[in-house]
Design a protein around this ligand. Sequence first.
Ligand code: LMR
Length: 396
Amino acid sequence: MFENVQTAPADPILGLTELFKADPNPDKINLSVGVYQDAQGKTPVLETVKEAEKRILEQENSKGYLPMTGEPVYCARVQELLFGEGHEIIGSKRAATAQCPGGTGALRVAGDYLANQHPGASLWLSNPTWANHNTIFQAAGVNCKQYAYRDPASNGLDFDAMCESIKTIPRGDVILLHGCCHNPTGIDPTPEQWSQIGDLLAEQGVVPLVDFAYQGLGVGIEEDRAGLLELTKKVKQMFVCSSFSKNFGLYRERTGALTIVADNAEQAGVVMSQVKLRIRYNYSNPPSHGGQIVATVLSDKSLRTKWLEEVAEIRNRINDMRHLFVNTLKDKGVTQDFSSIIEQRGMFSFSGLTKEQVDRLREEFSIYIVGSGRINVAGMTPDNMDRLCEAIKAVL
Ligand code: LMR
């Protein structure tokens, strides 16, 4: 059976982590995978997570299966975080949430649901988008297409081109929008632009699927949901795939959710009944631990307040690194304009570095950047900044 199997290509993001781990250079720098590092280059466990884990250890009294859609308290907290407590969508029960194994798991469940229930619908992805979007949905059997997003000249949003693309999307297709902190560019629409996008989607009869993996890493937990809330004013049906990997640092606990927003509670229940089957045929029911942590923290007023401070710390450190990076390059006499990186949000920015420059950085300087030139700003520290900017200067 196995004689003729060919080695698979390395994953464009996680494959680099494997190379990074194998690199013996003590000064190596990893700006590839979207994982937060503190100023000491460590990926910490949040204090609120540790506290929640203590409580869970004391109180947990069963390891029985969760329901296929996960823990109801967790799902309720997810909806409150997405839409804000007291939102009409929650009150009217137009939203139904399934706890999923990470944001990736939520995307895959959405893909399985689309392929099964709406086989004619294509999914439109931004150009560029997260390297794994295409592959997740294609693996589920969903046809993927592209809409315009980034303007290479300004390294900003080409909003006119984006709108023109949306106008070509057929009724009944689905568009994947990054709720905030666009991966890989860090370029987000303004609230006004989100409102116009919502108008266009309503006119066209196109359903949004919002990938919302970075809430809190842009401007703030509430501010970062502005785009999603604009969409909810314009369209009644949507998918939201959310994740606690980044804002709780729960990467390896695979803690995410798929939320369906429908016209009414009855319709949401019908759609979720189909989603449940996709879950059952895939992994049966979700892992519990990460969801328990999130539910514990978000259900406790003082832990929640402390968590908001921890998220702010993560966000502020990343934004400080954006400034330090641009200023250090300038101080070193680099003339290429990197200033747009200061305006971008979340973990990532498009550096404009070419594939050849990215390869040289890895081979000659042990600096790991995704081939597209996407850099994880959260991997920069005050200590590695000088070496990083010297190396970039050398390859430019
Ligand atoms: C990234 O884009 O680096 C993260 O979302 C992690 C991943 O799974 O690729």
